[in-house]
Ligand binder design. Structure first.
Ligand code: F0G
Length: 416
């Protein structure tokens, strides 16, 4: 293809491939592929170009694997707020704590960053059908972006195990939704096989184009911090694509010469679904998968993360670490974010803050560090989890006396 600025490279054997066919794994050794660029533009040119553009994923288009003449499929994704969080910071003993609120994306999660690139790539390749397996957010996002592109969309979800709001999104966007009697890992196995047999473009994070969109989280964080690189970036981990993508983003800024440092990547998994974190903590070189993953954070209820090798690399190269958190810790972190900082995130997203609390309490994270937690998805995706935990609001007759009685206050003077 003319005008391609990139190629695909195997992370295992290093073989390189032209991006003119649909490839998800290395045809030589079967390992994961990554997008690499032939050359990076000069830092000054990039800065100049970026300054003139809106803060969306496409602000960084020189570093995205899409040809200049391709019409992009976008919903205005990216440009999410990096909230400084002083009240939560005080609680954990950090002066410089930030939470990047990815729930502000068009379908309410960071997946939109990946889908704008992945679905645009599907169009470049001339594909007419796209598919994914999902714990909910990927399917919601793919359903929306494929509608916008006029593509047929198929999503496979673990039966009864995705949050209500996410299911509703896939349905309203007209995706063909199939519930698989099994968990996410099994649904992913099925959809990968299906996409190998038919001309259907797979948009799970095994597809390296999606990760290219997601790496823009790193670019934004650095721009929003006025050029500073955080000491640590804390990310909830499920299929392990996002932590790998964000690390790639930071690495590229460093290679280009736009930054002079790199952050430590910290991945957080839920205790009942922690194949990578548990294996790393035990000092193992490979990852032992979990057959029956279980956690209240359904978005990261994953036992066999496809991108585990990329994630382990991100953690090791950055001299970072992985940690596990319990469901109770996740839900408490969700409440704290909502009640101290006004940020309503879904349980999986709160895992990053739960991890932060654990690592500051144990002294692994120091009080003078600059820390960014990634809040990956919006709290409204999963309202049931909140309703189950908090009491139903009281009901009163429509008069002020009743409300005063409930509040335990008396009228002291009449307002004019
Ligand atoms: N947070 C949320 C809200 C997610 O939806 C996901 C993944 C993650 C974190 C973990 O990201 O997989 O890149 O490590 N959700 C996928 C889905 C699996 O199908 O929506 P990851």
């Amino acid at each position: 293809m003319d005008g391609e600025n990139h190629y695909l490279k195997c992370i295992g054997c290093g073989c390189e491939y032209e991006p003119d066919e649909v490839l998800y794994l290395c045809p030589t050794c079967g390992d994961l592929l990554a997008v690499e660029y032939r050359e990076f533009p000069k830092p000054s040119n990039l800065k100049e170009a970026w300054r003139r553009r809106d803060r969306t994923v496409w602000r960084y288009r020189e570093l995205l694997p899409i040809r200049k003449d391709t019409p992009i499929i976008t919903l205005g994704e990216g440009g999410t707020t990096l909230n400084r969080c002083p009240r939560l910071g005080r609680l954990v003993g950090l002066d410089r704590l930030y939470v990047k609120n990815e729930g502000e994306n068009p379908t309410g999660s960071f997946k939109d960053r990946g889908m704008t690139v992945g679905v645009t790539r599907a169009i470049e390749l001339g594909m007419e059908r796209v598919a994914c397996a999902s714990t909910g957010n990927t399917s919601a996002s793919l359903a929306a972006y494929s509608s916008r592109a006029g593509l047929e969309c198929l999503v496979l979800i673990p039966s009864g195990k995705i949050a209500f709001g996410k299911l509703v999104q896939a349905v309203i966007h007209g995706a063909r939704v199939i519930q698989v009697r099994g968990n996410f890992d099994e649904a992913l196995r099925v959809v990968r096989e299906l996409c190998n047999r038919h001309p259907i473009y797979l948009l799970n994070s095994v597809n390296p184009y999606r990760l290219e969109g997601q790496k823009t989280i790193a670019y934004e964080v650095v721009e929003q911090l006025g050029g500073l690189v955080p000491d640590r970036v804390i990310v909830p981990v499920g299929n392990a694509g996002n932590i790998s993508a964000i690390w790639k983003g930071f690495r590229e800024l460093y290679e280009i010469g736009l930054t002079g440092e790199l952050p430590q990547m910290v991945g957080i998994q839920a205790e009942g679904a922690s194949p990578i974190a548990s294996s790393l903590k035990r000092g193992m070189e490979t990852v032992k998968f979990v057959d029956e993953p279980e956690t209240v954070a359904t978005a990261i209820r994953i036992g066999s993360p496809v991108n585990w090798k990329k994630a382990v690399r991100a953690v090791k190269e950055s001299r970072g670490l992985m940690e596990t958190v319990s469901d109770d810790e996740i839900l408490e972190a969700q409440r704290l974010l909502a009640q101290l900082e006004g940020l309503f995130v879904e349980p999986a997203s709160a895992a990053s803050v739960a991890g932060l609390r654990k690592l500051t309490a144990s002294g692994v994270i120091d009080g003078d560090e600059l820390v960014v937690c990634i809040a990956t998805g919006h709290g409204l995706k999963d309202p049931n989890i909140v309703l189950e935990r908090f009491p139903t609001p009281v009901e009163v007759d429509p008069d002020v006396d009743s409300v005063e009685r409930i509040l335990g206050i008396k009228t002291v003077r009449a307002a004019r």
